[in-house]
Unconditional design. Structure first.
Length: 189
């Protein structure tokens, strides 16, 4: 998580304020939306850490509309506020996680996708976001630039999700060289 945060912020530093208005590598998203998303994702994960710490339910988002509204709000912030927000929320998340007790780390929380997981999953959830979205900033970084252990874990995670969604057979055929083309797949999260 920490390495991914550093990577994302380094890539963000390569972009000028006017670059933020350009498209990201994530179809349909501007770089501003991406940065706003990562800020509010940290806030959402802080809510999960609070839930784990206190035992009082505190969902990532009250609804999918909240997530969309937050990103829409943040994309209109001036570049200085947007950049500071993503830095500060990342730091706040790290602090919240550092403060969790052993008991809190194993407490169940619910992801935005509705999966119940122990709080130990929160750093991985954040690592996926910051690492993959560092690529989406479109600064020239590629999956080959990411740590090998992260890529292997991400790949296993994505394959597990795809297989559970019924896309396993097509994906297995392609990954084993038994299909001409990669299967058409939907969002990975």
């Amino acid at each position: 998580m920490d390495a991914g945060t550093i990577l994302f912020l380094e890539q963000l530093d390569h972009l000028s304020d006017s670059d933020l208005d350009g498209p990201s590598a994530l179809p349909g998203w501007s770089r501003r939306q991406l940065v706003a998303h990562l800020h509010f994702n940290a806030c959402a994960l802080i809510r999960l850490a609070s839930w784990a710490d206190t035992g009082i339910e505190n969902r990532m988002y009250s609804s999918s509309d909240q997530r969309v509204a937050e990103i829409d709000e943040g994309r209109h912030w001036d570049p200085v506020r947007l950049r500071a927000s993503v830095v500060n929320s990342a730091s706040d998340l790290a602090r919240a996680l550092d403060g969790l007790s052993d008991q809190a780390w194993v407490a169940p929380v619910v992801t935005a996708q509705g999966r119940t997981v122990p709080a130990t999953e929160i750093p991985w959830m954040r690592a996926r976001e910051v690492m993959v979205h560092a690529l989406d900033l479109g600064t020239g970084l590629s999956f080959a630039d990411l740590p090998g252990d992260f890529v292997a874990t991400l790949l296993a995670d994505v394959v597990r999700k795809r297989a559970a969604a019924g896309e396993g057979a097509e994906l297995a055929a392609w990954l084993t060289g038994r299909a001409q083309r990669a299967p058409s797949v939907g969002p990975w999260l």
